[in-house]
Design a protein around this ligand. Structure first.
Ligand SMILES: *Cc1c(COP(=O)(O)O)cnc(C)c1O
Length: 373
């Protein structure tokens, strides 16, 4: 296995994050949200690991992701959290995949296929993305009752949009209260699963429901950069690359496309064979840093498609082939998380993780056995 740019995922950290979270909300079953290829960690491998740890529910964003899990032998309940064209009613049914009913219109059109699909009803309590309007609980009740005759309704849920912001607690409480009102009205239908918690909700909100949809914290990142995670929650993913070349440049020389970096003195430059086609964000040009030989080294010049340059002046013995940490920590206490990187370029850790492209191989570490997939 040659090394250019790769990701190492520590399976033991994923397990430990799950256990820590589970202890925090022991009233609930956990639905592991493994959409977007498990936030870039590899959905099949992560789902298998979690299934071995007793997780029986998986959340995905679309039908393809659901089928990918079935192909990997995942046997639990798989919920598509978003839109599937209704014409796939039969595929959903045949693969025992649960579909979210996102609106009354969706329910009506899905019903026309005459298939008793497993569904969860989404309730909109203020995010205004998908779901039946919770401000009309009577209407919600009517719709759910009507379609409960046509579908197997196994769940009802809502999504919290500011559960990660303590100063917005009032809004979150209002969302949960409105959701409760709807749930109470359909109590007689004995709907098995009631859920509203995401990672943030499960940690910091009044807990409600019997299932929590756990995403980002499973992977060890924060819903919001300001959040303080429970102790021992750690990022599972490390992104590494290598030094491909080292050179000395003179004061006044420039580096990279557009000559956006100019050396103020003679410096030593190292090239890293990772670029924005790998998902290493171009906004990090002249901004970000990497960890090499126990030191932080600044990015200089623009990130290219497949390479970028760093300033290694004063760092000893930097050579072709040396390992570089793009995301992760070294034994010297240097660290850069996806959350730190995201904060530098005004996005969120979620986007950094999902953005690590297919070109970057994922390697799994489990009790120090490394395997490639
Ligand atoms: C993505 C998603 C989640 C997981 O959110 P995290 O913040 O990653 O825990 C939960 N529920 C729904 C509906 C989602 O789309």
């Amino acid at each position: 296995m040659y090394q250019r740019s790769w990701v190492e995922i520590d399976i033991d950290v994923i397990k430990s994050n799950l256990f820590i979270y589970r202890n925090n909300i022991d009233i609930c079953e956990i639905m592991a949200v493994v959409k977007a290829d498990a936030y870039g960690h590899g959905a099949q491998r992560i789902a298998k690991t979690l299934m071995e740890c007793g997780v029986k529910f998986f959340g995905v964003s679309n039908l393809d992701e659901a089928l990918e899990l079935r192909a990997a032998g995942i046997t639990g309940e798989i919920l598509v959290l978003g839109y599937t064209p209704v014409s796939y009613a039969k595929v959903l049914y045949e693969n025992n995949i649960t579909q979210t009913v996102i609106s009354e219109q969706y329910a009506e059109e899905l019903k026309r296929y005459g298939i008793r699909n497993k569904v969860h009803f989404a309730i909109d309590t203020g995010m205004h993305r998908i779901g039946l309007d919770a401000s009309n609980p009577v209407g919600c009740e009517q719709v759910i009752r009507t379609y409960a005759e046509h579908f197997e309704v196994t769940g009802v849920f809502t999504h919290l949009c500011v559960a990660d912001c303590p100063e917005e607690q009032g809004f979150t409480e209002k969302q949960i209260a409105e959701f409760k009102t709807v749930v109470e009205r359909v109590k007689k239908l004995d709907i098995a699963f009631v859920h509203c918690m995401n990672s943030a909700g499960g940690l910091w909100c009044a807990k409600y429901g019997n299932l929590a949809r756990l995403g980002i914290i499973l992977y060890g990142l924060k819903p919001n950069y300001e959040n303080i995670l429970p102790k021992a929650i750690r990022p599972a993913l490390t992104w590494k690359s290598v030094v491909s070349m080292v050179k000395h440049i003179k004061q006044g020389d420039t580096v990279g496309y557009g000559r956006s970096y100019r050396a103020e003195k003679d410096i030593v430059v190292a090239t890293i064979p990772t670029g924005y086609a790998d998902g290493y964000r171009r906004e990090l040009s002249n901004k970000g840093f990497v960890i090499v030989k126990g030191c932080k080294a600044s990015i200089i010049g623009k990130i290219c498609m497949d390479q970028f340059m760093i300033d290694v002046t004063g760092i000893k013995d930097v050579n072709m082939g040396d390992e570089v940490i793009l995301l992760g920590a070294d034994s010297n206490g240097n660290t850069i998380t996806a959350d730190d990187m995201a904060d530098m370029i005004e996005t969120i850790g979620y986007e950094i993780l999902c953005g690590i492209s297919k070109r970057v191989p994922r390697k799994y570490i489990c009790k120090s056995n490394i395997s490639e997939e």
